[in-house]
Design a binder for this molecule. Structure first.
Ligand code: ADP
Length: 380
């Protein structure tokens, strides 16, 4: 892998919306060899509101209320997650760099045959870092980050979902480069033959696929004829250069629930497995890095044997609980104990916590993931 360069924060999601013009970030962002402080001067709230109004008024074919909702609830501001914050998952990181980060930062190199993909699916057991990866991709590629849980489209936003989906894609194009992260994608891309799929879910799915197709004329022609649920798109615009830098990054814990037409659209399907031993060690060490602890290399080795089958979020939960050990034993005395007199976290704290913090993913479901990955996953 080529050495990564540091870029300025000029195009972070927060700055995209708080900059004076609400225009897309520069192409490509200026290269800096040293990190620059991640500070942006936020305009006063009144000014932001006026800019937002202006921006919304400049959008065509979009429901204004939906646009407002996208800007206030779906666009993630100032998120700072970097590759190094994520333990392990090297092949997933490399795959995301090649598929998204490099094409977004160097669009001039990724044309024609190298045209970036429009959809990537991250699948695997819950708590393995899929959301973290999406956040890191947005941050490292200096993209505007839109994050929505697909299940909220069929619950919280039901009734406005189609307008919201349309606004989501129009704004994503305007503020490109953009990552549209859709968590729990299975809840809108479920099998079409499923009896539970009611009319409104079908409409949401239809709108989503239509808008997604509008990102690339190539994507449409590939699927034409096969994808009968795609009808018309009132908001469809001509394929533009900036559409090249909008990617739908979706995550699911239930990949087998996604229907075939939707599955085909995710050109890359990346398996995010449970962390291996080496990854668990890295994560434990990182979590304990700023905490007084007595854990030796041998202790860490014992700990990783004891945490076979734990997901990344199980490991975080375990470390958080173990870190409470030294405080828990103090009881009320905690209130009068000086910070320096609180004992270090040790292996026993972890062993105590292991009595009730158990792996959340069953062996049986792991087999299902592995089978699906072997059948439909992208290699690597
Ligand atoms: P998913 O989206 O796969 O369900 P998340 O990305 O939301 O999982 O991860 C949940 C939490 O688990 C994170 O906030 C983090 O604390 C921890 N975690 C999971 N995987 C990793 C990892 N590879 N490195 C560091 N922390 C992780």
């Amino acid at each position: 892998m080529p050495q990564e360069k540091k870029f300025t924060s000029a195009a972070t999601p927060s700055s995209s919306l708080s900059s004076s013009s609400l225009s897309p970030p520069p192409h490509p962002p200026p290269i800096e060899l040293t990190p620059t402080p991640q500070t942006t001067i936020e305009p006063p709230p009144e000014e932001t509101k006026i800019l937002e109004e202006k921006f919304i008024n400049s959008l065509t074919g979009v429901d204004k209320q939906a646009a407002k909702q996208i800007l206030s609830e779906i666009v993630v501001h100032g998120d700072q997650v970097h590759w190094d914050d994520i333990a392990g998952l090297e092949s997933a990181k490399n795959s995301l760099k090649e598929a998204v980060v490099y094409p977004f930062l160097r669009p001039d190199l990724f044309r024609g045959l190298r045209e970036p993909i429009r959809g990537m699916l991250l699948f695997g057991p819950p708590g393995t870092g899929k959301t973290m990866l999406a956040r890191a991709v947005a941050c490292e590629s200096h993209s505007t980050f839109f994050s929505i849980s697909a299940s909220s489209l069929t619950s919280k936003y039901l009734g406005e979902s189609e307008k919201l989906v349309r606004a989501l894609f129009v704004i994503a194009k305007k503020l490109s480069p953009s990552i549209v992260f859709v968590d729990e994608i299975d809840s809108i891309m479920g099998s079409r033959n499923n009896e539970n799929e009611n009319e409104s879910s079908r409409r949401i799915k239809n709108e989503f696929l239509v808008q997604w197709s509008s990102l690339s004329s190539a994507a449409i022609s590939k699927d034409t004829g096969k994808n009968d649920i795609i009808t018309s798109s009132p908001g469809r615009e001509e394929h533009k250069e900036e559409d090249n830098r909008v990617l739908v990054l979706a995550a699911t814990n239930l990949p087998w629930c996604i229907d075939e037409a939707a599955r085909r659209r995710f050109v890359r399907r990346q398996y995010i497995p449970l962390p291996e031993e080496a990854t668990r060690i890295v994560q434990f060490k990182r979590l304990l890095a700023h905490q007084k602890n007595t854990l030796t290399e041998d202790d860490f080795n014992e700990l990783i044997k004891l945490t076979e089958g734990f997901s990344g979020s199980d490991i975080t939960a375990l470390a958080k609980d173990a870190a409470m050990g030294p405080l828990r034993e103090l009881g009320d005395k905690l209130l009068d104990t000086a910070r320096d007199n609180i004992r270090s976290i040790d292996l026993n704290d972890f062993k105590n916590s292991l009595a009730y913090i158990k792996p959340s993913v069953s062996k049986e479901s792991l087999i299902e993931y592995e089978e699906w990955a072997a059948k439909f996953g992208s290699s690597g």
